[in-house]
Design a protein. Structure first.
Length: 142
């Protein structure tokens, strides 16, 4: 009985010590994306791979809210912001808002839900209000 009690205690301790990673914050996101250049390594729309539409672009997030995308020497300029938002389920989350008005980058102009952020990778998703499909965008440090 004593061994069972110890085993249950150890299991409970392990279970409650595992926390969800809450390192995604507005400040963390802002300071991460403004360090260096980024490239898209995944871009799907409702499960369909669309990476070829934006491949080759190198993205730079400036502190002033300007977002530059450079490919073959040509620059497309847009804007970006980070803030708190809520999805259809009213759950609060960090949001990366990307705005481009020039094709093909209008494809990624959206308010992206930040799933995870590290010094080398940012994972984003958007659930479409129209058809309910999920889009995914992953940026990795260049």
């Amino acid at each position: 009985m004593k061994k069972l009690t110890v085993a249950l205690f150890a299991f409970a301790l392990l279970l409650f010590s595992c926390k969800k990673d809450n390192s995604v914050s507005v400040q963390n996101m802002q300071s991460t994306v403004t360090k260096g250049s980024w490239k898209a390594t995944t871009f799907t729309e409702s499960g369909t791979n669309q990476l070829s539409d934006i491949s080759g672009y190198v993205f730079t997030f400036d502190d002033n809210g300007t977002l530059k995308a450079v490919k073959s020497g040509a620059t497309i300029t847009g804007t970006w912001t980070v803030g708190e938002g809520s999805g259809d389920d009213s759950e609060s989350h960090i949001q990366l808002n990307i705005n481009f008005t020039t094709d093909p980058l209008t494809e990624i102009a959206d308010d992206w839900h930040v799933l995870s952020v590290s010094s080398s990778k940012v994972e984003l998703e958007d659930v479409s209000g129209g058809n309910g499909g999920t889009d995914e965008l992953v940026l990795e440090k260049k």
